[in-house]
Ligand binder design. Structure first.
Ligand code: INI
Length: 167
């Protein structure tokens, strides 16, 4: 039996972040949490690129563009979709989730989904630096853990060398 587990080690990692402007007071907090988490785990500030998009619906396209450069060990997608605020909640949240998952599966690069989908703005705020912590920080750890796990999976004779990565 082999068992593989990634660790959130950030030294030498390059990370792309795609963040939606919609509900920016929430998503800016998610971004703050993500950047704090990356920094705390050793990712250099100049090894992080952030791209802002209008809303969660636009995240997958930009994530795909970033992934296709081959310059990132992982991508983090941040957004907030609030049911109380929109009749097309399910469409926006669903397409964001499906599109983001597609980018990871089709490019082989870990893509972390931290698009909050909540009943109310207060629920979203609670998860972006409020009572329920900051999901952006969790996203940073998940991204680094996945990047490390992919390097450790059995069958690889040496760590994957991704273009642009210094590892
Ligand atoms: N985008 C969000 O990120 N969150 C929302 O809650 C939201 N609402 O409420 O509609 C939202 N809509 C915009 C959407 O993501 C696109 O930007 C827009 O439809 C243009 O394509």
């Amino acid at each position: 039996m082999t068992e593989s587990r990634g660790a959130p080690e950030g030294a030498g990692r390059r990370i792309g972040v795609v963040v939606a402007r919609f509900h920016e007071h929430v998503t800016a907090k998610l971004l703050e949490g993500a950047l704090g988490g990356l920094r705390a785990h050793g990712v250099a500030d100049d090894a992080v690129d952030v791209a802002w998009v209008p809303g969660a619906f636009e995240i997958p396209l930009v994530a795909r563009q970033l992934a296709s450069t081959g310059g990132y060990d992982a991508l983090i997608c941040l957004g907030a979709v609030v049911r109380g605020e929109t009749a097309h909640f399910d469409l926006v949240a669903g397409e964001a989730a499906r599109g983001i998952a597609d980018v990871g599966r089709t490019t082989g690069i870990p893509v972390v989904f931290e698009v909050l989908a909540t009943e109310s703005l207060a629920d979203a705020e609670a998860r972006a630096g409020g009572a329920h912590g900051n999901k952006g920080w969790d996203a940073a750890e998940a991204a680094l853990e996945m990047a490390d796990l992919l390097d450790r999976l059995p069958g690889l004779t040496q760590p994957v060398q991704r273009e642009g990565s210094t590892r």
